[in-house]
Design a binder for this molecule. Structure first.
Ligand code: ADP
Ligand code: MG
Length: 385
């Protein structure tokens, strides 16, 4: 059963991913109610309706369930139980069970490893005794790939993002200190790998099992935050095909219905390891708004509403650059430096306060080749700094 344009859709979360979902839904004639505990967020400021309440607020969930035909999320840390509650009165995509895995690094890594997907060697750190008694308690996966886990990265299992909730550690003493710094919350210790590059795939999978991947994005990070995405990724056809195939298999194994991002590490020998998955559109897929027939957000709407998937074909090459709050230090950035280029698209998220490391917007350069797009993207970046 499909949800027809004109219907009200519900969205959990109020950030920029929600804003872009809302805009895509509205442009297809849907209306959107945003549930966001914050005021004046990027999504609620464009939504038809804002429910100003906690994600666990039973009145708000009842209201959302009774007024919306379908509900989706833009925020991976939304309580899975809220999605489960909403699945009674309405269509929900993605399902609580998928989000529960993707939002917890321990469940995520264990799911990936158990299903044969390559991941960085890791150990689950549940409590201090794991650190002092590693042989007995740490679950070390695939140690044969790399000797030991040091130097490594300790990653908190819940609520980490943009490199937050992570610490580099080179020995057990540093691990101990870092674990205390994470308030002894459950963590994953992962081996620090020499990366050739990083790529990601946005995969869309409908309720009927129809699946489509977006072109593979090559991602460059700065201080743990995505800085630049280059599409199509500059990798061999074999790596590109492999990334798309693995992303589809991850979605199928999760029985995922919706838009999912699979982030990969590319090793020097061409091997792909799954870094993490996000149960929603992703920053590395923002290029699709301007460069693809169908954006990742329109695809999210289509899946939620039981419509056929749109084409993920790309018009050319694209480079997306994030605009972080740091750029605002000297006042409003000189947008004319972006807008004077006719094939560059500016997106700002309407955030009122520009903080260090905060994603405020992005721009996408469209060109015939990745080289040309990258060159212009870098010129613009320099002119803004
Ligand atoms: P987040 O949720 O913050 O995106 P990630 O696990 O994706 O967390 O880590 C952010 C970035 O840190 C990655 O994109 C990568 O650049 C780097 N990184 C993370 N884990 C490793 C690792 N095991 N080896 C090398 N680099 C890593
Ligand atoms: Mg990441």
């Amino acid at each position: 059963m499909s949800i027809k344009p004109g219907a009200m859709l519900g969205l959990l979360g109020g950030g920029q991913l929600g804003r872009m979902f809302t805009m895509a839904a509205q442009s297809m004639g849907y209306r959107v109610t945003v549930l966001d505990p914050a005021d004046g967020g990027p999504a609620s400021s464009v939504a038809d309706r804002h429910l100003h309440a906690d994600y666990l607020d039973s009145d708000a969930l009842r209201e959302l369930g009774s007024t919306c035909a379908g509900v989706t999320t833009e925020f991976e840390n939304v309580p899975a139980e809220s999605l489960r509650t909403l699945a009674e009165p309405c269509v929900v995509s993605p399902a609580a069970s998928s989000v529960a895995v993707a939002q917890n690094r321990i469940l995520e890594k264990n799911f990936l490893a158990a299903n044969g997907f390559g991941v960085a060697p890791y150990a689950v750190i549940q409590n201090s005794s794991n650190i002092h008694n590693p042989d007995g308690v740490i679950q070390q996966k695939r140690p044969e790939l790399f000797p030991g886990l040091f130097p490594g990265i300790l990653k908190i299992s819940r609520f980490g993002y943009d490199g937050k909730g992570q610490a580099r550690v080179s020995n057990p003493a540093e691990l101990d200190t870092a674990f205390i710094g994470m308030n002894r919350e459950p963590c994953v210790l992962e081996k620090l790998l020499p990366l050739e590059s990083e790529v990601s795939v946005i995969v869309s999978r409908g309720f009927d099992g129809e699946v489509a991947t977006f072109p593979v994005s090559e991602n460059q990070h700065r201080d743990g935050i995505l800085d630049t995405s280059i599409i199509p990724a500059r990798a061999s056809p074999a790596i590109i095909q492999n990334a798309r195939d693995i992303a589809v298999r991850v979605a199928e194994k999760l029985d995922y219905r919706g838009v999912l991002c699979v982030e990969f590490f590319v090793l020097a020998d061409g091997r792909l390891l799954v870094n993490e998955i996000a149960p929603r559109p992703h920053n590395s897929g923002h290029y699709s708004i301007d460069a693809c027939v169908t954006s990742q957000f329109e695809q999210q709407v289509r899946i939620l509403c039981g419509m056929p998937l749109g084409s993920t074909a790309m018009h050319g090459a694209a480079v997306m650059v994030n605009l972080l709050g740091d750029l605002w230090q000297g006042g409003e950035p000189k947008w004319e430096q972006v807008l004077r280029h006719p094939c560059v698209k500016l997106h700002l998220y309407g955030k009122l306060e520009a903080r260090h490391g905060r994603k405020m917007g992005h721009y996408t350069v469209l060109a015939e080749s990745t080289e040309a797009a990258l060159q212009l993207a870098l010129e613009i970046k320099q002119s803004l700094e």
